[in-house]
Ligand binder design. Structure first.
Ligand code: COA
Length: 137
């Protein structure tokens, strides 16, 4: 059952500009260590950051809060599974909110789709409630 849906579009040039102006302070406030090492290890560093920035905004919409009510940027981190498929790992206030919207007896599954083309990066996030692993017979 889908319990949250969010999408976001980001201008890659805007992210490049903020990185130029604020560098480390911006990167450290917004991105997890996993996201930073993924982006810094790629040739298309800025696009990689922009897709993840969009994912955070999309995830905050899927949570129904936006970046408010104790939900912070670094609480929502994109993690690539083996083979590249992205999901999100939530911590802090974002995890608290995720737990609050997940029905009893269920666990949350977070599906993410990221893309970029030219100066645009986009993310879609779907949060589903699935039977908790212990509940599957
Ligand atoms: C929810 C949020 C992420 C929206 O992002 P945005 O870039 O301002 O605007 P977008 O165009 O991407 O999205 C707007 C849409 O989000 C949806 N939205 C707004 N609040 C929402 C919420 N709490 N939950 C889910 N969706 C929400 C609405 O449909 C809105 O469009 P509408 O008002 O026409 O219906 C934003 O309100 C927020 O929390 N922003 C934090 C921004 C911030 O801190 N910026 C600092 C920059 S470093």
């Amino acid at each position: 059952m889908i319990i949250g849906l969010g999408s976001d579009i980001v201008d890659v040039r805007r992210i490049a500009d903020v990185i130029d102006r604020h560098g480390e302070r911006f990167l450290d406030r917004i991105f997890t260590a996993t996201e930073r090492s993924k982006a810094e290890g790629r040739a298309n560093t800025v696009e990689t950051y922009a897709k993840r920035f969009a994912a955070k905004e999309a995830c905050s919409k899927a949570l129904g809060t936006g970046l408010r009510r104790g939900v912070f940027w670094r609480d929502m981190g994109v993690v690539n599974l083996l083979g590249g498929r992205p999901t999100m790992k939530l911590t802090g206030g974002a995890l608290t909110r995720l737990q609050a919207i997940t029905p009893p007896g269920c666990e949350a599954r977070i599906d993410v789709s990221l893309t970029d083309e030219g100066p645009t990066a986009q993310a879609i996030v779907i949060i589903s409630a699935v039977p908790a692993r212990g509940e599957i017979r």
